[in-house]
Write a protein that binds this ligand. Structure first.
Ligand code: GAL
Length: 417
């Protein structure tokens, strides 16, 4: 069969590129395994392969990344870490302190990352002033995703406060629908809890509780009231939620099996992958009481020390590619997040993303921009794990009171600091 002239030239060119560019391979550990996430990860894989390098995919399923981090620790301890790993927030500092991460300053300086990133993002990527990770996106966590059909049938409006949420959920339940789609996993329970804490307590209360770990805040009547509201939500979730993955809960809203989900905008990646459009097929709105706040969750890749110049070149190319406009646009269109890089064109992004882009800037100026506790931005993995345990046990218990949960939470955080 006669190969078309173009493809012969194409093969020759890619051969030249791969030889000249010291083709290497990069093993990437991540936990993007849902429909929308996998599509997003393939954007990066394709770009790296276009540069002549090889992408070795090391995906560890499990929303929120707990399983992935467990596998990463065992790989690192046995002296066999991947080239790059999806590590976020304060975990980056912990890995850097242990001496595992490679310095990315050369790539960062050449591409002027300091001019391209808001400080709230670049600060997370640096250890002692040096870049050791590269940001992929900015996710907003405090979202409510709604199925407008169910709201119409139940004759209710989108709730703007948590007390309205409870009234609306009662009516949706009475109309025979599941009000709240949820997965019974600790990180999802914590995601729901932090939305109630932000919505009922406000950004200042949230910061005192989950960034400063202030004991007076943690043991306050306000925290008890928040925990009581949080527990009420359990009655709006169907009985099959135990262990359900977050994207299966999102599919319940997409397919009209449930009215709402409180989840970060990686959920939008599932609506997008299903061909759904915001405003017609679904509604995105700030989680109740949080319209003036933005809970941020920045996905990033930290690079581990690798041997061999080809591997180092491939790793540096990966870091460079992640910060370039083409990746920042295509990846985030699929992932549901907004670009980490400033000054990106908005025209291809939808109305939910525009709201995120605008609110990310406005909340940075009004004190409403807060780091997600449930997604590793506000505190250490030890404190986050302690909060997960108390919150999920309380949410799934019939015997722990809100007052007892308040005491347990404050004690667990104090012990984990
Ligand atoms: C978050 C992560 C997102 C998405 C989500 C569900 O922690 O930042 O990218 O993966 O978990 O797994």
């Amino acid at each position: 069969m006669k190969l078309a002239k173009k493809s012969v030239l194409g093969i020759a060119l890619s051969g030249l590129i791969s030889m000249g560019a010291q083709a290497g391979s990069v093993e990437v550990l991540h936990y993007w395994t849902s429909g929308g996430e996998a599509k997003s990860a393939s954007v990066l894989k394709n770009l790296l392969e276009k540069e002549g390098h090889q992408w070795e995919d090391f995906a560890v399923a499990g929303g929120g990344g707990e399983s992935a981090m467990t596998v990463l620790k065992s790989r690192a301890v046995s002296g066999n870490p991947p080239s790059a790993a999806q590590i976020k927030g304060l975990d980056i500092q912990e890995w850097a302190e242990l001496g595992f991460l490679t310095n990315l300053d050369k790539v960062a300086k050449k591409a002027k990352w300091d001019d391209l990133l808001p400080e709230v993002v670049s600060d997370v990527m640096k250890y002692e002033g040096h870049y050791v990770a590269v940001p992929v996106n900015v996710h907003r966590v405090n979202w409510l995703w709604a199925n407008p059909e169910i709201f119409k049938k139940a004759g209710v409006e989108i709730p703007k406060t948590w007390s309205e949420f409870i009234q609306v959920a009662d009516k949706i339940k009475a109309a025979g629908y599941t009000p709240l789609a949820h997965g019974g996993q600790a990180w999802q329970d914590a995601t729901l809890f932090e939305a109630v804490a932000l919505g009922e307590g406000g950004p200042e209360f949230y910061g005192k509780a989950f960034v400063q770990h202030d004991q007076a805040t943690l043991t306050s009547q306000k925290m008890t009231d928040i925990l009581a509201t949080f527990k009420k939500l359990k009655s709006y979730i169907d009985s099959d939620s135990a262990g359900r993955d977050w994207n299966i809960a999102t599919a319940m809203v997409i397919n009209g099996k449930a009215a709402m989900q409180i989840m970060g905008d990686w959920a939008k990646g599932e609506f997008t992958a299903a061909g759904k459009k915001p405003g017609t097929d679904y509604v995105c709105v700030a989680a109740p009481g949080t319209a003036d706040a933005f809970t941020f969750n920045i996905d990033s890749f930290a690079m581990f020390d690798v041997k061999g110049s080809d591997s180092k070149t491939a790793q540096a190319d990966l870091a460079r590619l992640i910060m370039e406009p083409s990746f920042q646009e295509t990846f985030n269109l699929n992932k549901g997040s907004i670009p980490a890089r400033l000054g990106m064109a908005r025209d291809k992004f939808d109305s939910c993303a525009h709201t995120s882009m605008d609110d990310f800037v406005s909340t940075a100026g009004n004190g409403g921009l807060v780091p997600s506790m449930a997604h590793g931005m506000s505190t250490t993995s030890a404190v986050q794990g302690a909060i997960y345990d108390v919150v999920t046990n309380y949410f799934n218990s019939d015997s722990i009171t809100a007052e007892q949960a308040t005491e347990k939470l404050a004690r667990a955080i104090r012990a984990a600091i």
